[in-house]
Design a protein around this ligand. Structure first.
Ligand code: F0G
Length: 458
């Protein structure tokens, strides 16, 4: 059969030049940035795989939508368009727009958590847990063991372990459990999906004990794609119908629209309960903006409404996840230890396996991300002990099982050739990884330390 290559399902109408720096310039830049890739100037970065958050390329339709911004303070037409798109794809009753995901997390945490409560979740996410703790809760992880094992090939490594939920109910009592926060395509586990069957079982168990379930729908569309690929009975279902099914088993969601929904800024909170919606609309006015804009311009809401509908198109999602898979395959073929199966938004490189000579207290993943930047101009992100922070009770560093760097692929931004260059850089570094040195803090922020921390080489 003749060869049929794969190609991106779009063509490029506008380009943004990239700047390549010398290794010497990069060595200086990372020192000035305190060995933290978050503190680099983007102009000093060649291929930016720091995050898939807010870094998507918008389509011509979305840019056209930006020109239709209705910037009325109240009742903007774009709010109603967004409400329609969210109802169509996610299906919840009430929409409260927020400036981004953490705006929604803040409001949900404030409404549903009392000091002393516990929040259950399938692995923490940084901002989500920080808001839960700020509201006085303690986070209890109920994800299954597979999520902590980089080599486990289970198809749904994001799944909740029901026994852990039962054990938590037993230990804390259902009344103290504020809610269960169910993340789709679990970010810190490597972008690993949950199955519909698991969500159904979790939802039934929580309902039995009168515990609410809120979805972190940030990457629900990417999760739905994996369900379509891997879960029995879903191969012929549309992505939208799978997302709707996931949402239908929960009481509401928080969502960062900066990922799946293909916008540079935006987020939302959804709930089905009328009284909770009223309370949320009261809080959004205090912290974000009126309930019909939530900290966004009208044009941002229009771009989001269009982006939500584009995100569930089959050829888009296939290409999006296909590109991440492609990068994962190249890196793995080069012998580099990665989290498997490759997740939806990123390739996670196992830094502790790659740098066994650096002890955990010297933050191997942080050191690896810095070294990769110096080597190649590719910017990755630490997802290990620095991101995890300290135990709120003991003040000790928490060392999560996975000590990773994340090569996060923005949507519709880079080509296959950029993936080739990235893989070559990672593989080359792997061959010389004995030269990478550990790091120690010179400045450690109290909250979400990974964003602004500074280090020096040991
Ligand atoms: N939930 C998940 C699973 C996320 O990945 C993020 C953000 C948020 C919530 C918060 O949303 O940034 O819009 O306030 N993740 C980004 C990342 C920062 O790089 O993974 P936000």
């Amino acid at each position: 059969m003749a060869k049929r290559s794969w190609a991106e399902p779009y063509k490029i109408k506008m380009v943004e030049p990239l700047r390549m720096t010398t290794q010497e310039e990069r060595a200086r830049a990372i020192r000035e940035a305190g060995f933290n890739t978050f503190l680099l100037c983007s102009e000093d970065v060649y291929i930016d795989l720091l995050t898939d958050s807010g870094t998507s390329a918008m389509s011509d339709r979305q840019w056209a939508g930006m020109m239709l911004g209705d910037e009325a303070y109240a009742g903007s037409a774009n709010y109603y368009h967004l409400e329609e798109a969210v109802a169509e794809v996610y299906g919840y009753k009430h929409l409260i727009p927020t400036h981004q995901g953490r705006g929604a997390e803040h409001i949900l945490s404030r409404m549903c958590i009392k000091p002393g409560d516990v929040v259950l979740g399938n692995m923490y996410f940084t901002t989500t847990k920080a808001h839960q703790e700020l509201a006085g809760a303690r986070f209890v992880d109920v994800i299954g063991d597979a999520a902590h094992d980089a080599a486990d090939l289970s198809p749904f490594k994001g799944n909740v372990d029901l026994k852990r939920v039962e054990a938590a109910i037993e230990k804390y009592g259902a009344a103290r459990i504020a809610y269960l926060c169910l993340q789709c395509n679990v970010n810190m586990a490597g972008g690993q999906p949950v199955s519909v069957a698991n969500v159904r079982a979790v939802s039934a168990l929580c309902r039995k004990h009168d515990i609410k379930v809120f979805l972190d729908a940030t990457r629900a569309v990417e999760n739905a794609y994996f369900i379509k690929q891997r879960e029995k009975g879903y191969a012929d279902r549309s992505i939208t119908s799978i997302v709707r099914e996931l949402c239908s088993m929960t009481d509401g969601c928080t969502c960062s629209a900066k990922k799946d929904a293909l916008v540079n800024i935006g987020g939302f909170l959804c709930v089905n309960d009328d009284a909770l919606a009223e309370q949320a609309r009261g809080l959004v006015v205090l912290f974000e903006g009126l309930h019909t804009y939530g900290g966004l311009a009208g044009r941002d809401m229009e771009a989001m409404a269009i982006g939500i509908r584009e995100s569930v198109q089959e050829d888009h999602i296939r290409a999006r996840i296909g590109q991440v898979e492609y990068l994962g395959r190249l890196v793995e073929e080069g012998g580099v230890p990665i989290v498997k199966p490759v997740g939806g938004h990123a390739v996670f490189v196992n830094a502790s396996a790659m740098l066994p000579h650096i002890p955990r207290e010297q933050f191997p993943a942080q050191a690896l991300a810095a070294a990769l930047y110096v080597e190649s101009g590719v910017r990755a992100m630490e997802r290990g002990a620095v991101s995890c922070g300290r135990d709120p009770d003991t003040g000790e560093n928490i060392y999560p099982t996975l000590e990773l760097i994340r090569l996060t692929v923005p949507r519709r931004v880079y080509t296959q050739a950029h993936m080739d260059v990235t893989a070559e850089a990672v593989i080359e570094l792997y061959q010389r990884c004995g030269e990478v040195r550990g790091l120690r803090f010179t400045f450690e922020p109290k909250v979400l330390r990974f964003f602004q921390a500074r280090f020096q080489q040991v």
